[in-house]
Design a protein around this ligand. Structure first.
Ligand code: HEC
Ligand code: HEC
Ligand code: HEC
Ligand code: HEC
Length: 372
């Protein structure tokens, strides 16, 4: 026995020494240990538990795990961004139209001249509260079109009218104003460009879709880096799941599914929700197990494509070079541009009733200087 343990004797001696040392300082050691464990537990809890406790809003049948998780503190922080601006006082009718009163009116011809100026005031508040009228106008001659922002703003007026009249399927009775996207700043959240492949060279872990590179638009995941171009500008199919038992001729690849997931992360992030806001995650493809929100989202997809193709993209040459993308394209709209992190912009409140002229039908002519 002693022979067998001989090689371990120095270890045993050391352990014995340690044990007697501990016994010697026992009281202090135990207090120190308890304090360390308590501190670790507190730090752990601080980082694990949210304050106040998050609320789970049930969205589907019991047992499906379908819910939206909200933290009241974070929602309260968001509320500041989600307030509809107080409307300007109503205008006293001038009795003549903007076209009669002014020289160069191409969109709002039939609007009462005083209401026209009221809208100009609101546009200033929504887009350029600091720069004022001079953001779009040469103050010596308001009819002059030489500042590019005025040309963009004219097309934006037509875009807003088109959203409110032609895309009721998505914006319903709520509608949008310039504030929905701009919220007091010239460049709205999340405007984006076509992304060329991020690297000329490839290595073993990088597919040519640019996977395995964390992309902010895909929530920092390693899903494809630009899910917006194929789905919100082009019309690549989003559905990837077979609809019949195998073999079913479904040719969708894992790679395509990655693109769909990348887009879905953009949806969820833009609205500040989880996948279960729209899906029962046991069967992403089943419409009758998902929520009505998925139908709203489905209507948004062709709307965003229309805005990007017919309103934003043709403005490429109007925007100054420094505001264009790497491929010289115009900035574009995504889900976050209107939603700004809320499941509904302004949580369903609307500024449109104060400016009903923004819900009028539009003439579709692009402004002078833009490319078809
Ligand atoms: C975000 C851009 C923008 C801002 C800011 C802006 N405007 Fe305008 N303004 C326009 C556009 C676009 C038109 C042309 C509308 C049309 O063609 O129907 C216009 C036209 C006008 C005209 C008509 C000029 C003419 O003779 O044709 C007047 C007057 C005017 N704005 C006044 C103002 C005033 C006053 C302010 C500040 C309170 C202001 N605007 C702020 C974009 C802007
Ligand atoms: C659906 C979202 C959306 C709405 C609604 C919207 N805009 Fe825009 N607007 C954009 C985007 C995206 C850009 C490009 C921003 C960039 O340069 O990245 C833009 C750019 C602009 C610019 C140029 C800013 C600059 O610094 O170059 C002006 C001016 C402007 N919008 C005016 C308006 C006006 C006026 C309205 C309301 C009639 C309006 N917008 C409504 C999305 C919107
Ligand atoms: C705001 C609503 C919304 C959210 C949130 C959302 N999705 Fe979707 N999802 C849709 C819509 C709409 C479609 C169908 C698009 C179509 O038919 O063109 C879809 C389709 C899909 C599909 C393809 C289904 C098929 O038929 O092949 C998958 C997979 C999917 N989503 C996964 C996810 C995941 C994972 C998340 C969370 C990261 C998520 N979705 C979040 C709305 C949403
Ligand atoms: C032009 C602005 C705009 C854009 C861009 C936009 N939305 Fe919306 N969205 C709205 C408005 C306004 C509502 C509120 C409509 C209502 O209450 O009926 C809404 C409502 C929704 C709802 C319903 C929420 C609920 O609780 O009923 C979903 C889901 C949604 N949007 C998803 C999306 C997705 C996904 C995208 C991008 C593909 C998108 N939206 C892009 C303006 C926009």
């Amino acid at each position: 026995m002693s022979l067998l343990l001989a090689p371990f004797q120095p270890v045993a001696a050391a352990l014995g020494g340690l044990r007697s040392g501990l016994r010697h300082h026992g009281g202090r050691f135990r207090v120190g240990l308890a304090a360390t464990v308590a501190a670790a537990a507190v730090i752990g809890l601080v980082f694990t538990l949210e304050r106040p406790a998050p609320r789970n809003v049930q969205l589907g049948y019991r047992g499906t795990g379908m819910g939206a998780i909200y933290n009241a503190r974070l929602v309260a922080q968001q509320l500041g961004l989600q307030q509809v601006d107080a409307p300007l006082p109503p205008s006293i009718p001038a009795g003549k139209t903007a076209a009669q009163a002014y020289k160069n009116i191409q969109v709002l011809q039939n609007l009462d001249a005083n209401e026209f100026l009221r809208l100009m005031g609101a546009m200033t508040q929504w887009i350029a509260p600091q720069a004022g009228c001079a953001f779009c106008h040469s103050l010596k001659n308001m009819a002059d079109d030489s500042i590019y922002t005025k040309t963009v703003a004219r097309r934006m007026l037509q875009m807003v009218m088109a959203i409110n009249t032609q895309w009721q399927s998505h914006v319903d009775g709520v509608g949008v104003t310039c504030q929905t996207c701009h919220r007091g700043r010239a460049i709205p959240a999340g405007s984006w460009f076509i992304q060329p492949p991020p690297h000329g060279e490839r290595n073993a872990t990088e597919a040519d879709s640019g996977q395995d590179l964390p992309a902010a638009v895909a929530g920092g995941s390693a899903f494809p880096y630009d899910p917006l171009t194929p789905f919100l500008l082009s019309a690549m199919p989003i559905r990837v799941t077979g609809t019949t038992a195998l073999p079913n001729g479904d040719r969708s690849s894992v790679n395509q599914t990655d693109w769909t997931y990348s887009l879905m992360i953009h949806f969820a992030d833009s609205l500040g929700v989880n996948c279960t806001f729209c899906h029962n995650t046991r069967a992403f493809e089943e419409w009758d197990q998902g929520t009505p929100n998925r139908v709203s989202a489905w209507h948004a997809i062709p709307m965003v494509r229309d805005l990007n193709r017919n309103y934003m993209a043709p403005l490429a040459q109007v925007f100054p070079v420094e505001l264009r993308g790497k491929l010289d394209d115009a900035p574009k709209v995504s889900c976050v541009t209107c939603h700004n992190g809320a499941y509904k912009p302004f949580y369903g409140a609307s500024g449109l009733p104060y400016y009903p002229e923004l819900a009028h039908a539009v003439t579709m002519t692009p402004p002078a200087g833009s490319r078809p």
